[in-house]
Design a protein around this ligand. Structure first.
Ligand code: F3S
Length: 418
C-alpha cells in the first residue's frame, strides 16, 4: 500500500504505541481488501461497546489499547452500550454488569472516543455531508450514512474503527470508491410498504435476496418511496437497518429518493417483490403475550418520540413500553419535547443502550414485541427471547389495551418502568 509520510510516521511509532498498532491493523486490512492507499476520514463511530457482547476478553483488549497512550485524531463516538447510565438502578440493571460497562466506556474515553452511546449519531450531534469519508461501524448507521446522506463508509469492525480514530485514516476500498457504490441488482417492489414496520419487512426481504450476491450486494430499488414528512427518516432508517441485519448491506439506492440513485447499466439481474407477507411472517415469530413492547431500533429521533406521544393521546400503557434513544435526544425531549407526557403515559425512554444489547435475561425479559425489522431479526438469536412483530400504531394500541400483556404470575421477571 502507498502510505503518506504522516502515515509512515504513525506506523513507525511517532504518534505513540497505540497509533502504531492502529496503523498496523489498517495496513493489514488494506492489503486484504486490495486497497492502494488510505483515505482521511471525517469521523469515526465505534461499535462493540456493550459488555454483554464483548465480555471480559473485549474489555481487557480495550484497556490494553487504552494504556498505550494514543488519542483519536478525528471526532469519534460510541455505539450503544449495555445499560442506561442514568436509570439503570430504577430499571433493575445488575450493578456488577453496569460496573463492567462503565470500564468499557472509560477505556474508550481514554482513547478519545466520546460516550455518545447511540447507533444514530446523525440524529443529534455530528455533521455529515455528501461525499464525506467516514469510518463507522454500526451497520444501520453505515446504511443510513451511505444511502441517505451520500457519505462513504465501509462497515468497520470494533478494532478497525478504533484504529481509524487513532489515525484519522481507513483503507480506501469498496464503498469508499465510485465503482464500489454501483448497484448490482434491480429490486422492483410491486406492493405497498408504507409503515416503518413494512419498511423493515421489505429491508429484511431485500437483505436476504442480495446477501449472496458476489458482485457486492447493492440494490437499486424501484416502485417504492418513503412517506413525506417526519416519518420519512424513520422509514429510511428502518429499511436500511433491516437490510443490513439480514444481508449485511451497507448501501442501497432508491429511484428518485436517495442522492446517488442512478439506474444501473449492463448486466444486472432484476427481482420483483410482489408481497411483504413472507417477511412479515418470518419476523413475527412467536405470537403470544410479551414482557415489553420496544420501539427505537435504530435509536429514536425527537420526531419518533413525538409521534408515539401523539398516538398515545394521554392514555396509559398497560404493557411496559421502552423507547431506546441517545441521552442527547432524551435530554432534548425533556427540555422541550414529549418526555414528560410519555412518562405520564407510563412509557420508559431508555438511553445509552437498546433492547438488543441490554442484558435482557438478567432483567427478566423473555418476550418482546417490536416494530423494528432489525430487532426482530436479532432478538431471538442474540437474546433468546420470543418475538412478536407489528406496526408502530398496532403496538401502541396493544400497549394501551394490554392486549399482549403477559399475565404477571407467569412472568419470571420484574419489568420496571420510568
Ligand atoms: Fe441501534 Fe440497538 Fe437497533 S444498536 S440499530 S437500537 S439493535
Amino acid at each position: 500500500m502507498r502510505l503518506s509520510q504522516d502515515e509512515k510516521d504513525l506506523l513507525s511509532g511517532k504518534g505513540g504505541a497505540g497509533a502504531a498498532k492502529a496503523m498496523e491493523i489498517l495496513c493489514a486490512l488494506g492489503r486484504i481488501h486490495g486497497a492502494r492507499d488510505m483515505v482521511e476520514v471525517r469521523s469515526v463511530q465505534v461499535s462493540g461497546i456493550s459488555f454483554k457482547n464483548i465480555g471480559e476478553h473485549g474489555l481487557a483488549f480495550l484497556e490494553d489499547w487504552a494504556s498505550r497512550g494514543s488519542k483519536a485524531r478525528v471526532p469519534a463516538f460510541m455505539n450503544p452500550g449495555g445499560a442506561d447510565r442514568r436509570l439503570w438502578k430504577e430499571l433493575g440493571f445488575p450493578a456488577a454488569f453496569v460496573k463492567k460497562q462503565e470500564r468499557v466506556i472509560s477505556a474508550l474515553e481514554k482513547l478519545g472516543v466520546r460516550p455518545t452511546l447511540t447507533c444514530a449519531p446523525y440524529e443529534a450531534d455530528t455533521s455529515v455531508e455528501f461525499g464525506d469519508h467516514l469510518a463507522w461501524a454500526e451497520s444501520s448507521a453505515v446504511a443510513y450514512a451511505n444511502s441517505v446522506l451520500g457519505a462513504r463508509t465501509n462497515r468497520e469492525g470494533g478494532p478497525s474503527a478504533i484504529a481509524a480514530a487513532l489515525t484519522g485514516r481507513t483503507p480506501r476500498h469498496t464503498l469508499h470508491t465510485d465503482d464500489g457504490r454501483k448497484p448490482t441488482r434491480v429490486v422492483r417492489v410491486a406492493c405497498k410498504a408504507e409503515s416503518t414496520a413494512e419498511a423493515g419487512a421489505l429491508g429484511f426481504l431485500i437483505g436476504k435476496l442480495i446477501s449472496g450476491d458476489s458482485k457486492g450486494g447493492i440494490p437499486y430499488i424501484t416502485g417504492v418511496a418513503p412517506p413525506e414528512g417526519p416519518r420519512r427518516r424513520t422509514w429510511l432508517k428502518a429499511l436500511g437497518a433491516a437490510m443490513a441485519a439480514s444481508g449485511s448491506t451497507g448501501l442501497y439506492h432508491i429511484e428518485g429518493v436517495t442522492p446517488e440513485a442512478e439506474a444501473p447499466t449492463g448486466d444486472v439481474g432484476e427481482t420483483v417483490i410482489n408481497s411483504l407477507s413472507e417477511g412479515l411472517e418470518a419476523l413475527n415469530k412467536h405470537p403470544g403475550p410479551v414482557d415489553v413492547i420496544a420501539f427505537g431500533c435504530p435509536h429514536a429521533s425527537l420526531d419518533d418520540l413525538e409521534y408515539i406521544s401523539g398516538r398515545l393521546r394521554g392514555r396509559k400503557v398497560r404493557t411496559p413500553v421502552w423507547i431506546s434513544t441517545s441521552s442527547s435526544i432524551r435530554s432534548l425531549a425533556e427540555e422541550k419535547g414529549p418526555a414528560a407526557e410519555l412518562r405520564r403515559c407510563g412509557v420508559t425512554i431508555l438511553a445509552d443502550t437498546c433492547i438488543v444489547v441490554a442484558p435482557l435475561q438478567e432483567l427478566g425479559i423473555r418476550s418482546v414485541a417490536t416494530d423494528s425489522g432489525k430487532s426482530a431479526c436479532y432478538l431471538p438469536s442474540h437474546q433468546g427471547v420470543r418475538l412478536r412483530f407489528g406496526t408502530t400504531d398496532e403496538l401502541i394500541e396493544a400497549a394501551v389495551e394490554g392486549a399482549f400483556a403477559l399475565p404477571r404470575n407467569t412472568s419470571k421477571g420484574q419489568i420496571r418502568g420510568k
